[in-house]
Design a protein around this ligand. Structure first.
Ligand SMILES: [Zn+2]
Length: 138
């Protein structure tokens, strides 16, 4: 990918997708997920972090953060991880190369963390692909 993905281009679609799984979820687009997380709670290792799932302790409401801008470096960094997943077939890889497919998968990955905090990164990625392959999500 040569140009950045602007997540706000897909905001309504992403919000509807998140709400299918987490009806009360708040979706927030931020300039830097890393900076946002560090300002509020734990330190984050990757400067390329594209998203995060948090829970508001006062309200119990889930908050999913996505970067406002997914730069080509951020996309490449995430794709390097996803390419190692044994479950990544050609159809799934093609989906991730399209901006909307990439951001939908990214969002669902964070939703997967929110729904079950015991899931690891690979389980969240696989769950996200499964949701995208369900007929109603198309
Ligand atoms: Zn994750």
């Amino acid at each position: 990918m040569n140009t950045s993905i602007c997540t706000s281009d897909f905001l309504e679609d992403l919000r509807a997708l998140a709400q299918q799984h987490l009806p009360n979820v708040e979706l927030v687009l931020v300039p830097s997920v890393k900076a946002w997380c560090e300002a509020t709670q734990a330190a984050v290792q990757s400067p390329f972090k594209c998203g995060a799932a948090l829970r508001n302790r006062e309200t119990g409401r889930f908050v999913v953060l996505l970067a406002e801008e997914i730069t080509p470096d951020m996309h490449a960094s995430r794709m390097a991880v996803l390419r190692m997943r044994p479950s990544l077939n050609d159809d799934r890889r093609k989906q991730l190369e399209v901006p909307q497919g990439f951001v939908r998968h990214l969002l669902l990955h964070e939703v997967a963390h929110a729904l079950d905090s015991t899931r690891n990164e690979e389980q969240c990625d696989d769950w996200a692909f499964q949701q995208l392959e369900r007929p109603h999500a198309a």
